[in-house]
Design a protein around this ligand. Sequence first.
Ligand code: 4NP
Length: 153
Amino acid sequence: MIKVLFVCLGNICRSPMSEFVFKQMVKERELSSQFEIASAATDGYNEMCHAGIHHGTRHMLTTMHVPFEEHYSRRICSNDYAYFDYILGMDDSNIEDIQSIIGLDTEHKIHRLLDFTDNPRNIKDPWYTGNFEETYWDIIEGCDAFLKKVIDQ
Ligand code: 4NP
């Protein structure tokens, strides 16, 4: 079982989009039984507010026929480091925040999602840009490259 945790600042836009896109990708390849896939926030504010998936992410997933379930923001905790095999942040700031919560990445589990692609970069936060479509295509690119990497191992 390969355990993957997608992480962003609020766990209402980018990381739940990644969670459900990746769940669909592995399902299409009949690999669902080999993966456990979840998402979390670096910031605790949305967990405190019991915030669900942002309407922009819901709209994009619905438009692209990606199934999703109800999801509430939860903050990453130090136990997640032992549990998950891959902890995938969306941008440099997420990576810094994850490291400050988790401590030293001794097992090299923490990565930026688009670092698996030929064009490593941050995934911009649609909470600020409003461009959920750009986020979606970045996430497709990152998840596709990540899945190829884990399958090839
Ligand atoms: P996300 O976007 O990290 O992609 O979920 C954000 C969601 C909420 C906030 C910031 C970014 N916020 O400030 O509440």
